[in-house]
Design a protein around this ligand. Structure first.
Ligand SMILES: [Zn+2]
Length: 235
């Protein structure tokens, strides 16, 4: 036999689980979960946009420095070109100048591209930043509404917990440990009655009557080899 108090305790746990399952079906609970996922997603996007903005800022600084360097070089060449005497040297200098002018055009285009990307980053940042407070307000609303639901369940939950605390004092500690361990390994219910003298009341596996009888001898319960539950001899 399993202590009556232990079985009552198990029944109360079952009720607690049921209450919790019901609460998880609550619309506000579900909505809050979705909103929280959205919030995390948006915050992640903002972080990425921040990183992108920093990256663009560095790119812009590098491009501007390069532009300055090329511009200085071109100015220098323009001065030198007036002093050139030989035609071959002039050709060479002209070619160099043309190359530098092209490099300058490229870096200018690059700067335009960076600024354009920067504008887009700023736009996205603004759009997400505008959405975020709405999501946070939504979560707050869900919290309030869900709190009402938990509040409604509270008196019964408190009552159950009080009853369980009283029962706990009467339950054999070794038995209670077994119950806790099996509960935590997701075996529910832990204690099941023997059915028809041969079947596990949990998984319904049938066992030879002789085996059941010998295993039940002594403490009046046995472990189901199939599902791990504790089968007890019902009175
Ligand atoms: Zn079983």
């Amino acid at each position: 036999m399993i202590q009556k108090e232990m079985l009552t305790y198990q029944d109360l746990d079952k009720e607690l689980n049921r209450i919790e399952r019901e609460l998880r079906k609550n619309d506000y609970y579900i909505k809050r979960k979705k909103l929280k996922a959205m919030q995390a997603d948006y915050e992640d996007k903002l972080t990425k946009l921040d990183q992108k903005a920093l990256e663009l800022k560095n790119q812009l600084a590098a491009a501007r420095a390069l532009m300055q360097k090329i511009t200085n070089f071109i100015l220098e060449q323009n001065k030198e070109i007036t002093e050139v005497e030989s035609e071959s040297e002039l050709n060479y200098m002209s070619k160099k100048l043309a190359e530098n002018m092209e490099a300058l055009a490229n870096v200018e285009n690059d700067i335009k591209r960076i600024l354009k990307e920067g504008e887009e980053v700023a736009r996205n940042f603004e759009a997400i930043s505008a959405e975020l407070p709405k999501i946070i307000a939504g979560i707050k609303k869900c919290n309030e509404e869900f709190a009402k639901a938990t509040e409604a369940a509270k008196p019964r939950v408190t009552e159950i917990k009080q009853q369980q605390a009283e029962l706990r004092k009467l339950i054999n500690p070794a038995l209670f440990d077994k119950y806790k361990k099996l509960s935590e390994s997701q075996i529910h219910p832990v204690f099941v009655p023997l059915q028809d003298g041969v079947r596990c009341g949990g998984c319904r596996m049938e066992m030879p009557r002789g085996v059941v009888e010998s295993k039940m001898q002594g403490n009046g319960y046995m472990v189901c080899e199939h599902c791990g539950r504790i089968i007890y001899q019902a009175e």
